[in-house]
Every structure is written in C-alpha cells, then in structure tokens.
Write a protein that binds this ligand. Structure first.
Ligand SMILES: [Zn+2]
Length: 326
C-alpha cells in the first residue's frame, strides 16, 4: 500500500489526522465518510500506523509495528467487517473482549469498523455503550459510504471526517482552473460523473438558475414571510421540465441539506454553499440534527422514487412544506 497515494488523494484528511496527533487532540472515535473507492480503510490503517509506529517520522511504514499493521497482524489492531451483509452484536462483544485481554501490547489500541451503515440495531446499541465509556488510548475508526444510514447517536459521538470523491475533487480542480467560481465548480463536480458533463452543466443557464432557486428556498427558511411552495410556483416552474431537471434540483437541495449537517458537526470545510453559511447556521439553530437528517432522507428517497410514477409537483410541494414546518 503506497502511502504517498493516500497523501495525494486525501490530502485534507491526512493533514487533519497529522495535525490532531501533533497537537494531542485526537478524538476517540472517527467516522470516515466517503464513497466507495475513496481509500477509507487504507487511511484507517495509515492512522493506526501513525499511532503505533516506533520511529521518529510517523508512520515510517517499515518498522515492526508498521509492518504488522499493514499485514493486519498487530494485536492492538482489530478490524470488524460485515458478516453476511451486516455487523452483528456478537462481533461487537468479541471486539470488547479482545481489547480487555492481556495479550494486547502496551500502547494505543485501534479498532476499525467497516461499512458501519450495515450494523444492526442491537449491535449499534452495544457499540454506543462502548463509545460512551472512555477507554484510555483506544481509538475507533468507523467507515461508511452512506452516512445518512448511520444512527445520529453514533454520528454525534464521533468526529466525522469526509473523504472527497477522488475523481470529483479532480474535476472540481479542473473546473476552477478553467476559471469557474468555486461554488459552481464544486456543485457541478458533485452532481456529475465526468468533466465533460460538469462543463456542459456550467454552460447551461438552467443549472445556474437551479442553484439560485435552491439558495433562495433555504434563505427563505430563515424568514417567516412567503411560503416556499408559493415561491416555487412563481419562480421555479422550470424545474418541472423533465425528470432530469427535477433530479438536478433535488441533487442540489441534497447538497444544501448536507451543508446543514456539516455546520451542525462544525465541519465547515465540507460546506458547499460557502456564502450561505450564515443561512445554514440560522437553520441549524432552529432544527434538531434528527430532523435535518430525516429531511435529508426524504430528499434522497424522493430522488430514487422519481423514476416511478408519482405526482411530482405534489411530492415537491410536500417536501417544501415539511422543510418550513415550525
Ligand atoms: Zn513505523
């Protein structure tokens, strides 16, 4: 495993971990969130090596500890992964037992739970208890590609570290190099899979109008004036042109909604709508994390239901009404 690759593909994550270690401000639990292929597990191993390496320049990658981490044979490293598509209670109990054994060596202990979103409820409850009792020098790294499926109680006990999608961050950089404003470049890269798609979005007024519409709807949530539905009917008729246009609208709504979670978790580096930060903060001060999460889930589920026959206008109206409910 080439660590230089992790450094170049997830530079902000590596920087965050190195800085927290230097400042001795490590969290006891990290939640690595990012799409498949973003090297979350490899980065978790890198982190374990940082903690266990015996050399000055950590991780050296070569010492006995670094090698044992790489081969998953270090007794202070424990990896849990889904068994038959889910993480079960017994696996969490085994983890706890393993770490209470004396065979564990001196120094930090690290456990990694892969695909945390597959955890079943009773296992999640055991894990929560484990996370709540502080174990000195023990670090949890939880990874998921679907943070919206992770229990908010687990999220709130972890430091969320967002992994940027590899290709998308490259697309974003290319767009910024082409001279597009940061926010537009970011949104275009997040909602498209190829540079060419992102470029054609950016040259389309429809895309820019949709961004403005979404920002306006969120801004309106901070006021008591007009209703979102009325605003949409008067200024947002264009989103109903096609399934694609409606999907784009929802994707951009999802990005703004995720910003609320990022603001809530004080992870502002991940915020997409940077100049709407005050708006997001204002909304977050009024809504619980559970509510923000369930609204996000509704947006995602609506996106997947668009393929079926549904009354699209009614569904969007209902979504907006739910957002502005007080
Ligand atoms: Zn080492």
């Amino acid at each position: 495993m080439a660590f230089e690759k992790i450094k170049s593909s997830q530079p902000s994550v590596v920087k965050l971990l190195i800085n927290s270690m230097k400042k001795e401000r490590l969290s006891h639990a990290y939640l690595f969130e990012g799409e498949e292929g973003t090297k979350k597990f490899e980065t978790a191993l890198y982190f374990a090596q940082m903690l266990l390496c015996t050399e000055e320049e950590k991780p050296c990658g070569e010492c006995h500890n670094c090698r044992r981490v790489r081969h998953l044979t270090h007794p202070n490293l424990y990896v849990v992964e889904p068994f038959k598509n889910s993480i079960r209670k017994q696996q969490i109990i085994d983890l706890q037992n393993e770490f209470s054994k004396t065979s564990v060596e001196e120094g930090p202990k690290i456990y990694i739970i892969k695909e945390l979103d597959t955890i079943n409820i009773s296992a999640a409850n055991s894990l929560l208890k484990f996370l709540e009792e502080p174990h000195p020098n023990t670090y949890a790294i939880l990874t998921t590609a679907n943070i919206h499926r992770v229990l908010p109680t687990i999220i709130s006990r972890s430091q969320v570290v967002q992994f940027s999608s590899l290709d998308k961050s490259l697309i974003e950089r290319d767009l910024i190099d082409e001279g597009y404003p940061d926010e537009q470049a970011k949104i275009a890269s997040l909602v498209s899979n190829r540079l060419s798609d992102a470029l054609s979005l950016l040259s389309d007024d429809f895309f820019l109008e949709t961004i403005e519409l979404v920002k306006e709807l969120y801004r309106m949530l901070t006021e008591v004036k007009d209703s979102l539905v009325t605003h949409l009917h008067e200024h947002g008729e264009f989103i109903f042109q096609s399934n694609e246009s409606l999907k784009l609208f929802l994707s951009i709504m999802v990005l703004h909604q995720k910003d609320l979670l990022h603001v809530r978790m004080k992870y502002t580096q991940a915020v997409v709508f940077g100049d709407a930060l005050e708006v997001s903060k204002e909304i977050v001060s009024r809504k619980s994390k559970e509510r923000i999460t369930s609204e996000l889930e509704e947006m995602l589920s609506l996106t997947s239901r668009l393929n079926h026959y549904i009354n699209q206008r009614l569904a969007i109206d209902n979504l907006l009404i739910a957002l502005e409910r007080r």
